[in-house]
Design a protein around this ligand. Structure first.
Ligand code: HEC
Ligand code: HEC
Length: 408
């Protein structure tokens, strides 16, 4: 354990995390029965975004930008709200604003060169256009960076390709401490932030007093990444305009509608069967993500990376990987946990003719003999699928001020 007492009031806390897995430093606020700091939102009137210590560095309005998402009707049903993994860390405008500053701040890495946004770039759908990402010290990550979008609707709440983080709160502290990514000990980060002029003010606005703790860093980053909800793609616009999901959308091109039919159509009806794995259970039309990890034949059984199986130790989990949301997928190339597919056309060709055999390959991707399926799509079908996936890009979200860098 690397954490030390940093102040006389410091308490060692394991409220959010199982002790020993993630090192937390510093004191948390009053835990409620669920064990989560609940004093966020209690704002001391003396702290203000107008403080020159903030305004010299950060372009933040007073009051904070609203992080309340404006959810369209297809997000309002229990089929969507029932998936929400927010728990006790409800999003406040000041909490998410602090998370936004932290997300874009290179102070979070050992040598102050790397921020979360170095590997999660807005223009790339909050993923990274390289196969593997550069860390703070010249090393590269072991897997492709994951897009950040609609994380709050991943039902089992687990994060990373292999689901090794139990929650968003648990996940956000891991890249900071990762020896390749940011290389920062949490207690050093707490001291570093406490010694700035602006962070104590931002923590006071978010949590009611100026104390910087690793629990609060986790809560604020968790609020920010959970607030990154996409509801404004052309697909959403068509649903909001009353488009019948089973028929063609009037705002779509012929190719996009053909691709939509293939995406949602089951293979036995001439479709490509994508929705069977990439949508939350029907009647859900909003969430382009299932609730758990699956095996789509990207690796065979001898690959050194078996995803969930390496974490759980269960053979039946070998080759299973978290399925990221397909929202903004047109922006997040390269694809898959290993970045092995350079384009969406390569992804479609994978399902068409390139699925690898694996003992745990999902039955939906096997033919009657147990071999990987071949979809036998025409070139036109493949292009149509790619065109449909492009309708899931949400330029409003990707260019929103509240998700952009606040640094001047
Ligand atoms: C050096 C590059 C890098 C940096 C810096 C980085 N990440 Fe990541 N991030 C990745 C990679 C790579 C993955 C996938 C790793 C894996 O699954 O093994 C990932 C995964 C994630 C996920 C999981 C998404 C999901 O759907 O499960 C979240 C959330 C995330 N990062 C947030 C952050 C935050 C917050 C920070 C800053 C504190 C950060 N990342 C810093 C590269 C980076
Ligand atoms: C049996 C379930 C299943 C089916 C069917 C399926 N997928 Fe996937 N898909 C997955 C899994 C699992 C992953 C992540 C695998 C990995 O990274 O190792 C994935 C990943 C993807 C990705 C890359 C996501 C990213 O962020 O890198 C795209 C794009 C995609 N699938 C599109 C499709 C399309 C298009 C179809 C229909 C032709 C389809 N999928 C059918 C399970 C499935």
């Amino acid at each position: 354990m690397i954490a030390t007492k940093i102040a006389s009031v410091a308490l060692f806390s394991c409220f959010l995390f199982s002790c020993g897995e993630v090192v937390t430093a510093g004191a948390a606020g009053d835990p409620d029965a669920s064990g989560v700091d609940v004093d966020s939102g209690v704002v001391d009137v003396t702290a203000s975004y107008d403080d020159p210590a903030i305004q010299d560095l950060l372009n933040l309005p007073d009051p904070a930008i609203s992080y309340e998402p404006e959810l369209p009707t297809h997000f309002l049903g229990a089929d969507v709200s029932g998936l929400d993994n927010t728990g006790a860390n409800t999003i406040s405008d000041n909490g998410a604003t602090l998370g936004r500053v932290l997300f874009y701040d290179t102070l979070l890495s050992f040598n102050e060169t790397i921020s979360c946004s170095s590997c999660h770039k807005a223009a790339s759908g909050f993923a990274d256009p390289t196969v593997l990402s550069d860390g703070f010290g010249g090393g590269v990550t072991g897997r492709n960076s994951m897009a950040i979008v609609n994380l709050r609707y991943y039902q089992n709440g687990k994060m990373f390709w292999d689901e090794r983080a139990d929650s968003v709160e648990h996940q956000v502290l891991m890249p900071i401490q990762d020896s390749v990514e940011m290389g920062m000990a949490l207690n050093d980060l707490v001291l570093r932030l406490q010694n700035t002029e602006h962070y104590p003010i931002l923590f006071e606005l978010a949590f009611g007093d100026s104390e910087v703790t690793s629990d609060r860093i986790s809560l604020a980053l968790g609020q920010f990444v959970r607030s990154m909800v996409s509801t404004g793609s052309r697909y959403d616009d068509a649903i909001v305009a009353g488009g019948n999901p089973m028929g063609p959308f009037s705002g779509f091109t012929q190719a996009e509608n053909q691709g939509k039919g293939l995406f949602f159509g089951p293979p036995e009806m001439g479709g490509a069967g994508c929705a069977g794995c990439h949508m939350a259970p029907p009647p859900n039309l909003a969430i382009f993500q299932p609730g758990r990890a699956l095996n789509n034949g990207i690796v065979n059984a001898s690959d050194s990376d078996q995803g969930l199986g390496d974490v759980s130790g269960v053979t039946a989990d070998d080759g299973l990987f978290k399925v990221p949301s397909l929202r903004n997928i047109g922006k997040t190339a390269p694809y898959m946990h290993n970045g092995s597919k350079a384009s969406l056309m390569d992804v479609v060709e994978h399902y068409n003719s390139g699925i690898l055999a694996h003992p745990n390959l999902d039955p939906r991707l096997k033919d009657g003999t147990g071999a990987p399926i071949q979809l036998n799509l025409s070139e036109e079908d493949k292009a149509a699928l790619v065109a449909f996936l492009g309708t899931l890009t949400d330029t409003t979200m990707l260019s929103a001020e509240k998700f952009s860098s606040p640094f001047r």
